[in-house]
Design a binder for this molecule. Sequence first.
Ligand code: 0O2
Length: 228
Amino acid sequence: MMQKDKEQYNVKQIQPFLAEGAEEHFFQIMQGYNRMMAYYRCAIMEVETKFNVLNEEFSLQHDRNPISGIKSRLKSLPSIREKMDRKGLEFNLQNVEKELNDVAGVRVICSFVEDVYLLADALLKQDDITLLEKKDYIAHPKENGYRSLHLIVTVPIFLEHEKRIMKVEIQLRTIAMDFWASLEHQICYKKDFEFTEIMAKELYECAQLSADLDTRMDNLRSQVDLQK
Ligand code: 0O2
């Protein structure tokens, strides 16, 4: 192991906790993990760029931006571990790449509902993108009221000596959908708290309000577009 690598992976700090001879093994696992996460970061960059390009082109044609913001995240190691355990899968890097679809996540916040589908269609038309799975929680909201369009796609990343095909989870949603989902996530998503029926109803009604808001804003935009 090179000195530089030891420093990079903080092996010195961890050394007292490692069994005799385990240092090299630990280092190799960390190296593999860091490489895999770097590839996922590249895939996120590719997908973000594709959406930024579409946003630019659309704003030239229609004089407005369909994308209000893009938030990306890499799943943390504890979350990856938890999900592998939950699915009853052995935790190793090959399995993570093969079995998990959401290590890399890109969330695209759109202005209007129409923009969600427009952007999804434009992305899926690109010949280096392959759709693996689509869940339309806008047409079919979840029981709690959650709405978003989810796509699992593969995108190639071009490295010095190879091309790798990486999976990315894309969530497209409007500002109103994101408002509800972000707050619901903070309040209750995956928390071990038994929601009362009244609270669940209240949350669902808030989701309905956000859906109404989307419809009304869409209608206003259509009226303005007609007058152009
Ligand atoms: P986080 O913290 O956002 O990363 P799976 O992906 O296999 O666990 P499933 O049901 O097949 O589960 O995936 P699905 O339905 O496509 O949803 C995955 C992601 O969508 C979640 O990721 C959330 O980001 C979002 N999501 C789904 N349902 C809800 C919901 O009811 N409320 C909110 N706020 N977000 C939701 P993670 O990894 O679970 O969480």
